[in-house]
Design a protein around this ligand. Structure first.
Ligand SMILES: Cc1cc2nc3c(=O)[nH]c(=O)nc-3n(C[C@H](O)[C@H](O)[C@H](O)COP(=O)(O)OP(=O)(O)OC[C@H]3O[C@@H](n4cnc5c(N)ncnc54)[C@H](O)[C@@H]3O)c2cc1C
Length: 398
């Protein structure tokens, strides 16, 4: 057996794990099903602790250069404008990066891949789709469809980081428990300059509305608006340009029609794998947990998984800890997905869509309370920036 670590999926989680392991001198083979790094538009928000983790690989500096620094974010409604504005500067002693970065997630993938190529060592194999997993006391084997034939690759451990439809998770027969929301989320990207149209806007703005909440986030050159669709709307209706225009005009009345660069529809789930490990195979990122995107916790959480697991694997590999250390990965990370990310993202959705006057008042009061003194604001931002989740996980020991 070649002693190495196998990773399935060149997304943010798989590439982060590969980068950390490579930095510790551990040989890695990473399989990516696509011919090249996919350039989909999903995540756009990098939270402060994620930037702290990515900094040693030069990625945070480059994300800042290629993205937009967002030192503040807002909750708003259409009638009253800004309800609450949160400023990350209160986290100056908690992180090296007291701000969010707004940048497309595929740019991170390119940065980490380029870093890996520069280091040498790691093998990144495109057009290699994992289709099965076998394991025994000596090692784990990934069965992989390659352009030529089916091949078998053996290593010490396997990280399944190939997204929500993880083959590794299915091969290990691990249930993906949770539920799927009835409504799908529509993302519309436009070059329309919301910042000029609404000068007090920040780069990240969540609009509460009982009829149709939405968010407006800026990424370089574009604003992204996200709306829930109604359960009974067909795809033809959702993508009807007149309906998209009506949604955008609802968000902000503009005398000119909106120019739409991209429209994408997502089915949204809240699911967590029943186990994060079976023997020599582990799950990380969307393979292990998926949630709604309100709060930007999916990719960030996946990167946090990747570093947590890769640090433990490196410690065991180099004899700095015994094999039991690997048990701690699931013990530290699964409760975070289950209780913290799941609850926070569901609460974020419920707050924005609050329909009764009582629920709306309660949400607005909670915002006022979070802003009522610096300690409360700091606690709030520690939670929403995911620093609190990492501190909670770190307290779990064997
Ligand atoms: C609209 C929207 C907005 C979002 N915004 C945010 C945000 O702002 N912040 C945030 O933190 N999260 C956000 N998310 C969630 C985020 O996009 C995901 O959590 C993140 O992409 C997960 O990263 P990953 O590496 O686990 O998986 P993925 O990014 O899905 O990467 C998996 C990789 O594995 C490859 N693959 C798949 N199958 C195989 C196979 N069989 N063999 C080999 N390779 C395979 C895929 O091609 C892909 O490259 C958002 C999601 C949506 C839908």
């Amino acid at each position: 057996m070649t002693d190495r670590i196998l990773i399935a999926g060149a997304g943010p989680a798989g590439l982060s794990a590969a980068a950390y392991l490579t930095s510790r001198g551990i040989p890695v083979t990473l399989f990516e099903a696509e011919d090249a790094l996919p350039e989909n538009l999903r995540a756009s928000t990098f939270h402060p602790p994620t930037l702290d983790m990515l900094a040693p690989f030069g990625a945070s500096k480059r994300l800042i250069e290629q993205g937009l620094v967002a030192p503040k974010f807002q909750f708003r409604d259409r009638a009253n404008g800004c309800l609450a504005e949160f400023d990350f500067s209160v986290l100056a002693n908690d992180t090296e990066h007291p701000f969010r970065v707004q940048c497309e997630q595929f740019k991170l993938n390119h940065l980490l891949h380029a870093w890996l190529l520069k280091q040498g060592g790691a093998k990144v194999l495109f057009a290699h789709a994992i289709t099965g997993v076998e394991q025994d006391a000596d090692g784990v084997t990934a069965i992989v469809d390659t352009p030529d034939s089916e091949q078998r690759f053996t290593g010490r451990w396997l990280i399944g980081a190939e997204g929500a439809n993880s083959v590794v998770r299915q091969a290990l027969d691990i249930p993906f428990e949770g539920f799927t929301w009835d409504e799908r989320f529509l993302v519309v990207s436009t070059p329309y300059d919301f910042g000029t149209a609404m000068p007090d806007l920040t780069l990240v703005n969540y609009f509460a509305d009982p009829e149709q909440w939405f968010f407006l986030l800026q990424v370089p050159g574009l604003w992204r608006a996200m709306f829930p669709t109604r359960q009974q709307e067909t795809e033809a209706e959702i993508f009807d340009p007149a309906r998209i225009e009506a949604r955008m005009q609802w968000a902000h009345a503009s005398p000119q029609p909106y120019e739409c660069k991209h429209t994408t529809l997502y089915r949204i789930h809240q699911r967590v794998a029943e186990q994060y490990r079976k023997g020599r195979a582990f799950l990380a990122g969307d393979a292990a947990h998926i949630n709604n995107p309100l709060g930007g916790m999916g990719m960030n959480g996946g990167v946090h998984d990747a570093f947590n697991l890769a640090e433990k694997m490196a410690a065991v590999w180099h004899g700095e800890g015994d094999e039991n250390l690997l048990e701690l990965y699931e013990q530290q990370r699964r409760p975070i997905a289950l209780e913290y990310v799941n609850n926070q993202t569901i609460r974020n959705k419920q707050n924005l869509e609050a329909a009764t006057p009582e629920a709306q008042v309660a949400f607005r009061k909670s915002l006022d309370d979070a802003l009522s003194n610096e300690q409360k604001t700091r606690d709030y931002l520690l939670r929403t920036s995911m620093i609190a989740s990492l501190r909670t996980a770190a307290k779990v020991t064997l």
